[in-house]
Design a protein around this ligand. Structure first.
Ligand code: PMP
Length: 383
């Protein structure tokens, strides 16, 4: 199979597996057991992983809280910060945020907070003028992702943070889709809270982290109660192999030339597809998007039909795996102005850093066959 759904989940890097293996096979101890050397070794492995993650972000180890993924990190940032709606009770969230940001924000609107959606332009970039109009001393938190999972849009988070800080608001950033390909320095970006996910960046599924600046961390309240793990902010035994894997996945900065090559292969695929199908439309920003992201539509053919025709050889998707099964059109594509038909036609193709040119040529030919077959079949569904 040619796997082109890296934004849903990326393959585990061999070096990550190697680092995890001892903690899956030989080192069984609970990392919170401080009565014996095996427990100390597990605790030590977690401490090193925490250091690596912090180092990658330009943070202190004490500012990193392990979670089960970016979903939990987003929930902890938003619900953990916004406990009482006084004296500031406004939360601003980007229109194309992941559901794991939008849903906790929506939950807060039932608890006395006023949640306001920040509009985006046709490329998915937050409208800074609208943000400036909405920012005042009633705003507690602004939550804007670094990179979008459907259209690859990259937000000007540093500018957003500077504007938010000018009125005393805090900034949360969901960086789940950014870590695999760009540097993230929380201080340079001016971010107060930042969410990470292991499986979007060559790490394991089921682990992530929330960075919370020291002075913001003390304002957070836990969502999960029990033991005193993670300084009382997140009860539960830490999964040593997963934490170690996340540490290794985060450890090194992406190499610029590899990222440029990745982007170049994505652009080749776009050109191959367009050569077969000149009417193809591209959704999302023209430049500056996630290097592996392509979101395209073939007028007159539903994405479901194409994707089904490509099975079992090629994995692409209709969009976010977290919204699959939801019959409504993607809120991301709606927010950038697509109508329901264009949303139903959109296919997300997400390449990994090691996807080869040969795989892309085969993909383009398979798309051409799938489109022919789908057209012969006739349109089967319009959302
Ligand atoms: N935020 C974004 C932008 C994502 O793409 C995802 C995964 N689809 C998440 C959050 C949730 O991450 P996790 O699977 O680690 O909970």
């Amino acid at each position: 199979m040619i796997y082109l759904d890296h934004q849903a989940s990326s393959p585990l890097l061999p070096k990550v597996l190697d680092a995890m293996l001892p903690y899956l096979t030989e080192e069984h101890a609970n990392p919170h057991s401080d009565d014996h050397a095996a427990g100390w070794r597990a605790a030590d492995a977690i401490a090193q992983a925490r250091e690596k993650i912090a180092g990658r972000l330009g943070a202190d180890a004490g500012e990193v809280i392990f979670t089960s993924g970016a979903t939990e990190a987003n929930n902890l940032a938003i619900l953990g910060l916004c406990c009482e709606p006084v004296p500031r009770n406004r939360i601003l969230v980007g229109a194309i945020e992941h559901k794991s940001v939008l849903a906790p924000a929506r939950a807060l609107s039932e608890r006395g907070f006023k949640v306001i959606t920040l509009p985006v332009d046709a490329s998915g970039i937050v409208d800074l003028e609208a943000l400036s109009r909405l920012l005042d001393d009633r705003v507690l938190l602004v939550s804007v992702q670094l990179v979008n999972n459907e259209i690859g849009a990259v937000q000007p988070v540093d500018r957003i943070a500077a504007m938010a800080h000018a009125v005393g608001a805090l900034v949360h950033c969901d960086a789940a889709q950014a870590l695999a390909w760009r540097a993230i320095d929380v201080n340079a970006l001016g971010i107060d809270l930042l969410s990470l996910s292991g499986h979007k960046t060559g790490g394991p599924k089921g682990v992530g982290a929330l960075y919370a600046r020291h002075d913001v961390r003390v304002q957070l309240r836990p969502l999960i109660f029990g033991g005193e793990q993670e300084g009382g902010l997140r009860a539960g035994t830490l999964p040593t192999p997963l934490c170690v894997g996340l540490g290794v996945a985060c450890a090194s900065e992406p190499d610029d030339s590899a990222v440029r090559a990745w982007q170049g292969r994505r652009d080749s695929l776009r050109d191959f597809l367009r050569a077969h199908e000149p009417n193809m439309v591209i959704h999302g920003p023209v430049v500056g998007r996630h290097p592996g992201n392509l979101n395209v539509g073939f007028p007159g053919v539903d994405a479901d039909q194409i994707i089904a025709q490509l099975q079992p050889d090629i994995a692409v998707s209709r969009g976010s795996a977290c919204t699959s099964g939801i019959p409504e059109p993607s809120h991301v594509l709606r927010a950038i102005g697509l109508d329901a038909v264009a949303c139903a036609e959109a296919v997300r193709i997400s390449l990994g850093p090691l996807t080869t040119e040969q795989e892309l040529e085969r993909t383009a030919a398979a798309f051409a066959r799938a489109l022919l077959a789908a057209r012969a079949e006739g349109r089967i569904a319009v959302a």
